[in-house]
Each structure stands twice: as structure tokens, then as C-alpha cells.
Design a protein around this ligand. Sequence first.
Ligand code: SF4
Length: 389
Amino acid sequence: MPIPVRKRDDDTSTTIAEALSEHGVTRRQFLQFCTAMSATLALPGLFVPRIASALEQAKRPTLVWMEFQECCGNIEAFLRAANPTVSDIILDIISLDYNETIMAASGQQAHEALAKVVKEQKGSYIAAVEGSIPLKQGGIHCCIGGRTALELAREVCGNALTTIAVGSCAAFGGVPAASPNPTGAVGVKDAVSGIKLINLPGCPANTDNITATLVHYLVFNKLPETDRFGRPLFAYGKRIHDNCERRSHFDSGQYVEQWGDMAHRQGHCLYKMGCKGPETFHNCPSQRYNQRVSWPVAAGHGCVGCSEPQFWDTMAPYYHRLPHVPGFGIEHTADKIGAGLAIGTAAAFAAHGVISALRKDDKSEGTRGEKHGEDRDRPDNADRRPPED
Ligand code: SF4
């Protein structure tokens, strides 16, 4: 049965319930969506009616989505959203008024659309930023319509109700910020100060987490609680390792030793192949990607830690096992682990010049493991279990 349509206050003010009804979304489908969002937000089932009620009353928020130094991977993932479908998100849940990749307008018309939102909806629209922002040479490395990404971000994010940094580049600088960072790329937080911001890193960010963040705002009128990196705890509060489908093999000491070996074909643990799941906080194992079909570890590749700050520098070499991880144990929270990892991250940056130099020869690929006596190719590491705390 369709959701009853209420009278609108005016022509431009549409509640989400009205929009859903007008697009043929049934009550059952709506409640399924609310249930899925409740699960993504890690809320108990009793919150489903509250989410449904809040969303029925809520006005559709306006979203402007800007793309700077990036590969369009996040908007591509967004276009392939399955829960709900992208048309549900764009047409029903939010009003996407600006995005360079998918909007029909171009050139001057597009710029005018963005300026209109900033002017007429000051303080009430949501800004999403994809990609890093270059600071060097006055920001000339990324210009749109003759204005630098820095100028645009300051204006658009500075006037927004809140800003969502979508993907690792927008959150932490990502690949463009990898050493030696020729453009001086930084995340939104380091480019625009004093704004309300939430980071949704990942390469790409998971669309369910983007939607759930918006839903949280609509239901509770505030952004979700975050860790010290500005990531919402509902999505980044647990390590990949905590919920990984290969975890039983890790606990049983069943590891892949070579790509394509029998253990690999049988789905054993990828720890010895360099999986960074024990150091990476993200809900990939539960939310997955590509219409929830799969995620990297399920597809047979170790986690590369893409939701962690500066993962391109600090998580390499990707194919060598992690050294000793502080605070190993599923009971540890992101902040407890993060305090330990921060030391490792800082040390990695300090050592980066050395590591970059070493990478010039083959020995560098083993630097991280050898330092801890854990090079997986060495005979004295042929044991079946990694060191425990
Ligand atoms: S090390 Fe990687 S593959 Fe193995 S259980 Fe942990 S997250 Fe999964």
C-alpha cells in the first residue's frame, strides 16, 4: 500500500514520505529501507519505527556534491547504489542539486545552479566533497570554472549545514597526497577550518554509509558519533579483522602462502599475503560493495587499509604481512587501537624518506616485515600462526 500523501506546505517543500509515494515506493519497501538503515547504523530493531516516523516527516535535504582531485570512484559507486537504488536516493531521499558528473547542466548553467544553492539555502544544504584539495601554488592544480578547489570548498562548505568528505582523498588527501605530494593535496578538514564535517573514507566510500549518515542526520538532527579521525563509529568502530569471513581460518592458523595455492582457493586467511584487516577500521565485511555482492577480501585480495589516514604511504608494502599489531583483540575500540596505531603512523612518516629511498631496490619490499623479523619468505617464519599479543 502506498504511503499516504500529505498536503504540501508549498510547491517546493516535499517531505520524504511524499516523494517516496509519488515515485511508487510502497510502505513495505520503505520499511525495508528503514530496517536496512537501522542495521547499517548499528541501532537495535526498536529504532526502525522511529526512523520511519522521522523520515516520513523530514523535508528532503538539498545536497551539492563537488569533485576535486580524484578519480570519480565515489560518485561511480554512488551511481551503483543498491540499497536503496540511486534513483531512490537522488529523487526521493535527497535533492541532488549539483554534481559535475551526473547533472544535465554544464558550464555556466552548472555554476549558476551551485551558486543558487549557496545563496538561497545558506546554512541548510549539505555539501559532499569528493577528492583532495591542493594547496601548493595557491591551489592552481585543481580549478573548476576558473576558481580553485580551495576557493570553492571554502565557499560551499563554509556556507553548508554540514559537509561530508566522501572517500579517502576528501577525508585524508588519499592518493594525490601520497609522498612526495607534488600538489600539496590535503583533505577537506585541513583545507577549510571551522566547519561541521564528517569523514567517510574508503576507496571508494561505501554508499550505504553515505546514505546512513544522511539518514542519521534526518532522524536525530545531528551527525553520528565519530572516532578521532572524524569517522562515524557505526561504520568505522570495528576493524575489518573483527568481522572478516576468513577470521576462523586466521584463528585456526590456516593461511594463504602463495597466490593461487590450495589455501587461497579454499578461502583461507590472507594475513601472510599482506592483509591489513587487523589495522583497518571499516564495516566492509558487513556492508560489502557492488550491490553487496562482494568486497576485496571475499574476492581473494587482502585489505590494503584504504580507510586509514595516508594509507598509500603507511600501509605499504601491500603484499607483506603486518608487523606486531598493538592491542590485538576484538574487544578493543577504534580509539584504543588508534592510540597505538598513531605511534606507528607517525613513525612511518618520519621514516618515509628512508623507506622511499629503499624502495629503489627490491630489498625495500621487505622493509616493514624484516624490521620485525616477519618476512614471510624467510624459512624461520614458516610457522602456521602469526605472533599473538
Ligand atoms: S588477516 Fe585479513 S583475511 Fe585474515 S581474518 Fe584478518 S581481515 Fe580477514
